[in-house]
Design a protein around this ligand. Structure first.
Ligand code: PEP
Length: 253
């Protein structure tokens, strides 16, 4: 059974007091997660350790980093290694978010290096892909997103590729309040699964969780997550409000 994941992406938001309160409120809701349901919180680097301690006794709750560097260690001022994440017991890392791609020029090739090192250290990458509006308008989104997968994931073995979680996030839907329809999400997710099946085989593709991201909120999560190829969501804005994110977690199928 594929993992169903509600992943919060806090981005560069919240002070430590607010972050602790938010996590405490969500933990206090005592959500009874099924075996294949997971809640993941991608918090800013300075909060990783505190957040990790807070969630460690909550079943199927995990902390994620929002990024990592591609090198093991050394003179890379300002960067954070996967070995550091591992030493904090962090189990997930978000890689290739469109904001990293746009503002920090992260290429598919560079992301492939980050994915390699994350897997080497047994940290599950949540690999983001998705097209800008111009590409959607030109109706070339399938080719665009397939290329992101090809250039960042196709060098992996069948064993390794199934350790990766994919998040499809159409850029025109991120932080805009404009959600892809559940049909648009399903259509792209089914296509991505086919791209993975063509390369790695159907059985492997069936094991890979593909999350949807882009203005998911309490009021639309259930419908989007109910699509057969949508395995939960990566959530920005709505993950900063306890009641919203609790409902989103409870919307996993
Ligand atoms: C995101 O940042 O990954 C995201 C999907 O943001 P939002 O939910 O705010 O659109």
């Amino acid at each position: 059974m594929r993992k169903q994941i509600a992943a919060a992406n806090w981005k560069m938001n919240l002070t430590i007091d607010k972050a602790e309160t938010l996590l405490a409120e969500i933990i206090a809701a005592e959500i009874n997660l099924e075996e294949n349901h997971f809640a993941v919180f991608a918090v800013p680097f300075p909060y990783l350790q505190i957040a990790q301690r807070k969630i460690e006794n909550t079943k199927n709750f995990f902390i994620a980093a929002q990024n990592c560097y591609s090198k093991e260690s050394g003179a890379y001022t300002g960067e954070v290694s996967v070995e550091m994440l591992q030493s904090l017991n962090v189990k997930y890392v978000v890689l290739g978010h469109s904001e990293r791609r746009e503002y920090f020029q992260e290429s598919n090739q560079f992301l492939a290096e980050k994915l390699n090192i994350a897997l080497e250290y047994n940290i599950t990458p949540i690999f983001c892909c998705g097209e800008p509006l111009s590409i959607r308008d030109a109706q070339t989104q399938n080719q665009f997103v397939a290329k992101q997968l090809e250039e960042s994931l196709f060098h992996f073995s069948k064993d390794d590729v199934q350790k990766i979680v994919i998040a499809y996030e159409p850029i025109w839907a991120i932080g805009t309040g404009k959600t892809a329809t559940s049909e648009q999400a399903q259509e792209m997710h089914a296509y991505l699964r086919k791209v993975l099946a063509d390369k790695f085989g159907k059985e492997i593709a069936e094991n890979i969780s593909i999350l949807y991201g882009g203005s998911v909120k309490a009021s639309n999560a259930k419908e989007i997550f109910s699509q057969p190829d949508v395995d939960g969501g990566l959530v920005g804005g709505a993950s900063l409000i306890a009641a919203e994110f609790i409902t989103i977690i409870n919307s996993l199928k």
